[in-house]
Design a binder for this molecule. Structure first.
Ligand SMILES: C[S@@+](CC[C@H](N)C(=O)[O-])C[C@H]1O[C@@H](n2cnc3c(N)ncnc32)[C@H](O)[C@@H]1O
Length: 294
C-alpha cells in the first residue's frame, strides 16, 4: 500500500462511519489525507516518489489508528493532531479554540480589497480572536500594520499567544482579554470579527464535532444575535473616520436583515465558498444607531 491507498481506505472508513466534515476539510478524502500525512510525518509538499512508495505494515497501522481515533472520538481532526491550516499557515489548536475555518481567510489574502486601500490599513482590531488565526494572518499579510485582538476566553488567548510566537509576529499583535472591544483607546482602520452567532435551537442539533468546540465560541443566545448586535451598535466608537467593519454572521444573515431593515448591508461573495460576511463603513454604522428591530 502507498499513500494514495491508505488515504482512499481512510476516506472510505470515515464515510462509512458518517463522521461530520467542516472543521478544516469538507470531504472524506481531504480529511483522510490530513490524518494520513500527520500519522506518517509527511508534509503536503512531499515528493512524488514518497507518495507512491510502498508503506511498511507499521506505517499503515499508524494511519489506521488515527482514522480510528477520529471515528471513535467524533472530535475535529485539528484537536487530535493539535494543529490545522488557515490562510496557508499552520496554527496550533486545542479544545479551548474554535477550529479555524472562516471565509475571512479569502478577505485577508485579498488585502480587504476592494473595500479598503491596503496601504491605509495601519491599525486593525479583531474581536473574538480564539486561537488568533485571523489576527495573525492579517499581521503576516500587512507587515506594517499593528493588530489588536480580543477574546473573552483566557484559555483561548494562551493558544493565540503561542501562535503569534510561532509565526514571529508577537511584536505586531497584542492580545486582550475583554468582553468584545478592548479598552485600548485606539481607533482602527479595520475591525474584523467572527463572533459566536449560533442560535440555541440550531446549536442543540449540531453534529458531535461542534460540541467538542468551546460553547462560547458558537452559541450566542436564543437567536444567535447576542454578540452581533452589540458589535453593530458599538463598532463605530472604535473605528477611524474611514474605518470599515467586517462581520461574519453565517446563516443568521437573514435574521439580521429582518432585525435591521434600514441597514445597507454589503454581503461579500467568496470565490472559495462561505457566506454571511458583511462590510459596513463607520458612517453607515453611525446612521444605524437606533435600529428598528423587527
Ligand atoms: C466563532 S469563534 C472565532 C474564533 C476565531 N476568530 C476564528 O475565526 O477561528 C468566536 C470567538 O469569540 C469569543 N467570544 C465569545 N464571546 C465573546 C465576548 N463577549 N467578547 C470577546 N470574545 C468573545 C469566543 O471565545 C471565541 O474564541
Amino acid at each position: 500500500m502507498n499513500v494514495f491507498d491508505v488515504v482512499a481506505m481512510g476516506a472510505e472508513r470515515l464515510e462509512e462511519a458518517d463522521v461530520y466534515f467542516g472543521h478544516g476539510t469538507d470531504n472524506a478524502s481531504d480529511e483522510a489525507l490530513f490524518l494520513s500525512l500527520h500519522a506518517l510525518g509527511y508534509s503536503y509538499d512531499m515528493s512524488e516518489d514518497l507518495l507512491s512508495a510502498e508503506l511498511s505494515a507499521d506505517q499503515v497501522l499508524k494511519v489506521s489508528q488515527w482514522i480510528d481515533k477520529r471515528i471513535s472520538t467524533r472530535k475535529p481532526a485539528a484537536y487530535l493532531t493539535g494543529y490545522t491550516w488557515f490562510c496557508g499557515y499552520k496554527f496550533l489548536t486545542d479544545e479551548n479554540t474554535l477550529v479555524p475555518r472562516s471565509p475571512f481567510a479569502e478577505l485577508v489574502l485579498n488585502f480587504f480589497e476592494p473595500w479598503c486601500v491596503p496601504d491605509n490599513i495601519k491599525h486593525v482590531l479583531e474581536v473574538g480572536t480564539g486561537g488568533g488565526c485571523i489576527a495573525i494572518a492579517i499581521a503576516k499579510q500587512f507587515n506594517n500594520a499593528l493588530v489588536d485582538a480580543s477574546d473573552i476566553s483566557e484559555l483561548a488567548l494562551v493558544v493565540a499567544k503561542n501562535n503569534a510566537d510561532y509565526h514571529k509576529v508577537a511584536n505586531q499583535v497584542e492580545f486582550y482579554c475583554a468582553d468584545l472591544f478592548p479598552d485600548t483607546g485606539k481607533k482602527y482602520d479595520v475591525i474584523v470579527s467572527n463572533p459566536p452567532y449560533v442560535p440555541r435551537d440550531v446549536y442543540d442539533e449540531l453534529p458531535a464535532e461542534y460540541h467538542a468546540e468551546p460553547k462560547q465560541a458558537l452559541l450566542a443566545g436564543q437567536d444567535g444575535l447576542d454578540c452581533v448586535t452589540r458589535i453593530l451598535d458599538h463598532a463605530y466608537e472604535f473605528l477611524s473616520d474611514k474605518g470599515m467593519l467586517f462581520l461574519e454572521v453565517g446563516e443568521i444573515w437573514r435574521e439580521l436583515e429582518v432585525a435591521y431593515p434600514s441597514v445597507p448591508f454589503t454581503w461579500i461573495e467568496f470565490a472559495r465558498g462561505g457566506e454571511g460576511v458583511f462590510v459596513l463603513s463607520k458612517e453607515q454604522l453611525i446612521s444605524l444607531r437606533s435600529p428598528e428591530k423587527g
